[in-house]
Ligand binder design. Structure first.
Ligand code: FA5
Length: 336
């Protein structure tokens, strides 16, 4: 009986020509309700002597079936792989996959060139927090709580009493505390203002603060550094105008405007039809700020500027609306 069963099982196995049919054969013999499994279950009802002899025979049969299935599987898998390989053709003339190259955002490109210009002039490049204390954003900059200048920079306050910095100027006091004078440094970064947006105003935009602390500093040196910056970024002389400007943290203060490059000075929404763009407010650091920085204003002087970096990017690439910059629109970024 065992021989017949073995014969039958081997025939089934040999006839299985795919891994799927071989699996079916395996289940039909060795599965939970398989033929051999059923025979093994019946052993329990036999007399002990008979059970032993038949048990041994059935277990030997099971071993042989398992072995035959394993051997057959090797052959079947190999045959399937061969068939698959025969069906596939390799066409070496097909063009390969070209990986899509990423682009640097225009803000990054301009920050890089600003940093490049100032590094060559011996400036440190510093990074300061976007979440600031009222002290560094206002009081340390000579803007006390009741000062009207606070109203001109509508502020996002945080629930912990801090705020999102409204300008990069808080870095002035921080840098004076961090570095040993004399020093020169720039600190680029994002700033935030709770204000309505238009072609040249965003609620989140970028500035670069410049600061030089030394024993003898002059407006002439400040202007020279700023013009070197603009010439470096544009690769040519650009047209600017200088006018007085008021900021509590500088005295005297100035506004340096750039001829609008979106309309070439003819007037457009970016320059509010004036032909000029407010770009680079600056001045000599107020003695109170030097004092908050932990330095003695009778010994140390400084100049500072607060470059409107987002607007500089707009001028550099003639972008007619600031809201493109942080739009996340890839059609925009891919143009640079
Ligand atoms: C300031 O933020 C001063 N901290 C600048 C400063 C630094 C003065 C050091 C003196 C010494 P103001 O608010 O004007 O100033 O902003 C500076 C520049 O940021 C502006 O000239 C403009 O180019 C840019 N700017 C201001 N508001 C926005 C806005 N909403 N969107 C885009 N750019 C802006």
């Amino acid at each position: 009986m065992m021989d017949k069963l073995l014969q039958e099982a081997l025939e089934h196995i040999a006839n299985a020509s795919s891994t799927a049919t071989l699996k079916e054969v395996e289940v039909s013999w060795l599965g939970k309700k398989g033929r051999l499994t059923n025979l093994l279950k019946e052993l329990g009802s036999l007399a002990p002597d008979e059970r032993k002899a038949k048990g041994q025979a059935l277990n030997e049969l099971k071993r042989q079936i398992i072995e035959a299935i394993a051997n057959r599987e090797l052959a079947v898998v190999q045959a399937e792989l061969d068939a698959q390989a025969m069906g596939e053709r390799l066409d070496p003339t097909l063009p390969g996959f070209t990986p899509k190259a990423g682009r640097l955002h225009p803000l990054t490109l301009v920050i890089d060139s600003v940093e490049d210009v100032f590094e060559r002039m011996g400036f440190h490049i510093l990074d300061y927090p976007e979440a600031e204390t009222e002290f560094f954003n206002f009081d340390g900059l000579n803007i006390p709580a009741d000062h009207p200048a606070r109203d001109t920079q509508d502020t996002f306050y945080l629930t912990d009493g801090n705020l999102l910095r409204t300008h990069t100027s808080p870095g002035q006091v921080r840098a004076m505390r961090d570095l040993k004078p004399p020093f020169r440094a720039i600190f680029p970064g994002r700033v935030f203002r709770c204000e309505a947006t238009d072609a040249s105003h965003e609620h989140t935009f970028h500035q670069v603060e410049g600061l030089m602390i030394d024993r003898n500093v002059s407006v002439a040196h400040m202007l020279h550094s700023m013009m070197t910056l603009l010439t470096g970024v544009f690769g040519r002389q650009v047209q600017v105008r200088l006018r007085p400007g008021f900021f509590p943290f500088v005295e005297p203060g100035f506004e340096l405007d750039l001829r609008c490059m979106v309309c070439d000075g003819a007037g457009c929404p970016v320059c509010k039809q004036s032909g000029w763009v407010e770009l680079l407010p600056c001045g000599l650091v107020h003695p109170n700020v030097i004092r908050h920085g932990g330095l003695d204003p009778s010994e140390w002087e400084g100049w500072a500027f607060g470059l409107g970096l987002s607007r500089l990017v707009m001028m550099r690439y003639q972008i007619d609306d600031i809201r493109w910059l942080l739009s996340g629109d890839l059609r925009f970024v891919r143009q640079f």
